[in-house]
Design a protein around this ligand. Sequence first.
Ligand code: PLP
Length: 387
Amino acid sequence: MTVYLDYNATTPVAPEVFEAMRPWLTTEFGNPSSAYPLGRKAAAALEEARAAVAALAGCEPSEVIFTSCGTESIVTAILSCLELDPDRRHIVTSTVEHSATLKLCERLARKGVEVTLLPVDSRGRLEPEAVREAVRDDTALISLLWANNETGVLFPVEEIAAIAEEKGVPLHVDAVQAAGKIPIFSTGRGITMLSLSGHKLYCPKGVGALVVSRRMRFTPLLWGSQESGRRGGTQNMASIVGFGRAATLARENLAARAEHMRSLRDRFESQILEAVPGCSLNGDPALRLPNTTNLAFEGIESENALLLLAERGLCCSAGSACTTGSVHASHVLRAMGRSEAQARASLRFSFGVGTTEADLAVALRVVPEVIAKIRSLRPLASPVIAK
Ligand code: PLP
């Protein structure tokens, strides 16, 4: 039995989503740009999906551009702002963004763009006033997460949107993890651009959306006539139709899904904190997605824990990333003031609509066992004090 507690990494395709996609992988193979009925039917399905994604994002359908993933949406948003206003060479973002944002910003910094990385506090929270102070006359855009993928901690998007509007600076929000887990809004309430990704929403990998306010000037990343000239390339019809269905399911079931995930997450978290000595929560306990918990287990290496958990059928992720053979502590946990060792001793568990009571029971048994096993194999420099 596999217990999957890594829904922030990706989600399985919902059966309803798969069924909605099926015709678009078989009989309905028309290109939505074609004028004959097969194409026109595809174009109609495309617009239906656009309306469904718009309803989830809180924008007009015409403001939704389909892309290949969340990363493409983020890169398009940032590069569009820089290209349209060449005199503005400054970006405001944060230290805890997803690598899609941070890697691009690193590259832009090497090309002379100035990047302000706003800090977070020890609970991963961002002070909205810091955004106001960071904005300059030459700021091209503010780009910030809605919900952190590692800790689930939420940024104060409403306050940030008000500041961006007051300052007249475009605001791009990475809502890849927030969508489907908490209510979101976009162009209706001060956000100029918003990124979404299908595979965090029970839809296949390889489809995303960028919302761009109709009041905002925009320049594409990929040129072509599709998506009203805003994103070239023939649309990934099956995945877009699936994304539309997934967006509707997410919107209609938002509260029930959130309650389901929160109940499992909260019980998991409180019982692990109780049962495992030397365990602490990374991130604000309240200002958080309902499905995510990130826990530090003193004296372990998360990479070892992942292997032992995987042997016992449990999938979660580490507070570190393995890049070309070396393990780096999570930049998010480091930015929250955790030491290298604490960050490397952290595990993220993220719950989803498919998580069951049986999964919870397995996780509550296996996690303490694995932590105890690792600790018994590796004597600690400082003993873990039992509560
Ligand atoms: N932003 C956040 C917060 C994410 O968690 C992810 C994926 O993990 C992305 C962006 C990138 O999305 P995609 O995998 O669709 O490129």
